[in-house]
Design a binder for this molecule. Structure first.
Ligand SMILES: [Cu+2]
Length: 248
């Protein structure tokens, strides 16, 4: 179990490292789970459908040639009886066995990944922890240097960003669909979320908890910037004492 967990951990770190991002992006984890389930589901579906067609053709009714028409010639199993000595028992055992192995492996593997998901990456820069406040009907982002921005979150590309999400009034839910972020915003409670933007650009964030008449307009922009441009912006925010930095 431990060994498997480590393997899984190594695999997902390897995947996200390929994208140039330290730690694991939740989006990458869920995409991995989705594609593995999709592949196995498709494979099992093909096997079942092909086998069903094979049997439908093999045991098809050719006029007059069907021995099962004559019920006196058919030996039917009774309730509670395993299929007879013609290999049916082995078939039953095999299909149950293979199904159990597939399902149990998927459960263990998925839970291994979700444990990783629940653990915040340790490499997050303290500078990149942003407090997110939901309030009817806008989002306030507060940076470690005290800078406050409403409805606009700037982050550097290729870095893991930690969000500490809460609300100042009612339940909200902060989500950035394209970046795989979705987090409850609950008054009196802080919910952690983390993500990384691989490509620069502007992404839409919305509120995903019906919170009143302005819910539909409770949107924000997430701007993924080149790290240098971000650093320049951050160092010149009013809360960082941008004017002083210039006079230094
Ligand atoms: Cu809301």
């Amino acid at each position: 179990m431990l060994g498997l967990g480590n393997t899984v951990h190594g695999f997902s770190v390897g995947l996200s490292a390929a994208g140039g991002i330290p730690g694991q992006s939740p989006k990458a984890i869920f995409e991995q789970v989705f594609w593995v389930f999709m592949a196995i589901g498709t494979l099992v579906g093909i096997v079942v459908i092909v086998y069903a067609f094979y049997n439908a053709v093999k045991y098809r009714d050719e006029d007059g040639a069907d021995p099962y028409r004559d019920s006196s010639k058919v030996v039917r199993p009774t309730a509670g009886e395993l299929p007879g000595s013609s290999g049916g028992g082995r078939k039953l055992f095999l299909s149950f066995g293979i199904s159990a192995i597939i399902v149990l492996s998927l459960i263990v593997w998925t839970y291994g990944l979700l444990v990783d998901y629940e653990t915040a990456p340790s490499e997050i820069d303290e500078d990149l922890t942003v407090d997110v406040y939901g309030q009817r009907f806008s989002w306030k982002f507060q940076y470690p240097n005290g800078e406050n921005v409403t409805n606009e979150l700037r982050v550097p590309r290729g870095k893991m960003i930690q969000l500490e999400v809460t609300s100042t009034d009612v339940f909200h839910n902060f989500g950035i669909p394209k970046l795989g972020v979705k987090s409850d915003a609950i008054p009196g409670q802080v919910t952690n979320a983390w993500f990384a933007g691989n490509e620069t650009g502007t992404y839409a964030a919305h509120c995903y908890e019906l919170c009143g008449a302005g819910h539909a307009t409770m949107d924000a922009e997430v701007i993924v910037m080149e790290p240098d441009a971000y650093r320049e912006w951050y160092d010149n925010t009013s809360a960082a004492g941008g004017a002083q930095t210039v006079s230094d």
